[in-house]
Design a protein around this ligand. Structure first.
Ligand code: BTN
Length: 325
């Protein structure tokens, strides 16, 4: 058995308490550095291992609980100083993040909750946010031109899709404009909201809201057909930390559009015939006019290039399409 396997077995047998580094190194007759390397490697594989000074290590079982400490522990050094607000339940992490942004919260401030009582979705809809989900909002103070704002959600969809793939070891797709899918079901929705400075007309903050379903147990009937949940042996703090750091990384250099190729490759809709809705509906799509169109591709700004059945073309920058007949 390798040192890593031995460390994992010992931690698995002691999940209700901490195991000291000294105990592990004596038990396995290896140095403390070797133990630390094994812990680092296990974390990279997705195990959530808590480390507390003078106590040692503890394997967080189940999906792990998102606490401020657990999250900071999993964030890379460059993001360990982020201002992080963790709630069990909140009305909406986006609402809270907006309040914080309006009172001077810095770039990268994070609000995260396990359930929301008034989760907000796109186009004025609500977002069903039952317990044990991962609901994250990140405050962005854009240093990029406001014309780039549309790419914020596009980049975030890529950050979330890649994080789920890496941490949960499951394949993800993206459905234009910003839904992340697993096995043809939506597992994550993204809502970006801007706060504009009236004096300058510039966007002074963007709130990126990310809602990840970890289970669909008890979901209302109308969502049961379309909603899915992430699966696999993942740790929630590790996944949340990955989503946050990948999203912030992509915001650093949004103009370079490094994510756009992945966004295209992962998009479920390219080449498909879809329904384009010409208006906003809350529950019933038949309330608004719609047209069938073939998706030709995605442009450099994340816009959806479509060809309608009457031969006209359009590039959609927002709105809603359906891949169902
Ligand atoms: C959508 O699919 O319509 C977008 C859903 C966005 C939901 C997230 S959950 C975290 C953040 N807080 C909110 O109130 N909404 C976003």
């Amino acid at each position: 058995m390798s040192v890593k396997e031995s460390v994992l077995t010992t931690l698995k047998n002691n999940t209700d308490g901490f195991v000291s580094g000294e105990f592990l190194s004596q038990k396995m007759d290896v140095s403390r550095t070797a133990i630390w390397k094994a812990i680092t490697s296990l974390r990279k594989e997705g195990y959530s291992i808590e480390a507390v000074t003078n106590k040692g290590y503890r394997l967080v079982t189940g999906n792990g609980c998102i606490t401020q400490d657990a999250l900071i522990n999993e964030l890379p050094d460059r993001y360990k100083q982020l201002d992080i607000h963790v709630y069990d339940t909140i009305d909406s992490t986006n609402t809270k993040a907006k309040q914080l942004a309006l009172t001077g919260a810095p770039h990268g401030t994070v609000v995260i909750a396990k359930s929301q009582t008034a989760g907000k979705g796109r186009l004025g809809r609500s977002f069903y946010s039952p317990k044990d989900g991962i609901y994250i909002s990140i405050v962005i103070k854009p240093d990029f031109d406001f014309t780039m704002s549309g790419l914020v959600t596009t980049a975030t969809a890529v950050a979330v899709a890649e994080s789920i793939e890496e941490i949960c070891d499951i394949k993800t797709d993206i459905k234009w404009v910003n839904d992340v899918y697993v096995d043809n079901k939506k597992v994550c929705g993204i809502l970006s909201e801007g706060i504009t400075d009236f004096e300058t007309g510039q966007i002074e903050s963007i709130i990126i809201g990310i809602g990840i379903n970890t289970s669909v147990e008890g979901f209302p009937k109308e969502l049961a057909d379309i909603a899915g949940a992430i699966s696999g042996e993942y740790s929630a703090p590790i996944l949340a930390a990955e989503v946050i750091s990948k999203t912030l990384d992509l915001m650093q250099d949004i103009e370079s559009r490094t994510f756009i190729d992945t966004y295209r490759q992962k998009n479920l809709v390219i080449g498909k015939t879809v329904t384009v809705y010409k208006g906003i509906y809350i529950n019933d799509p038949s309330e608004v006019p719609s047209s069938r169109a073939k998706v030709l591709g995605i442009d450099e700004n994340g816009g959806l290039m479509v060809l309608y059945t009457d031969g006209t073309r359009e590039t959609l920058t927002s709105g809603e399409i359906s891949i169902r007949i």
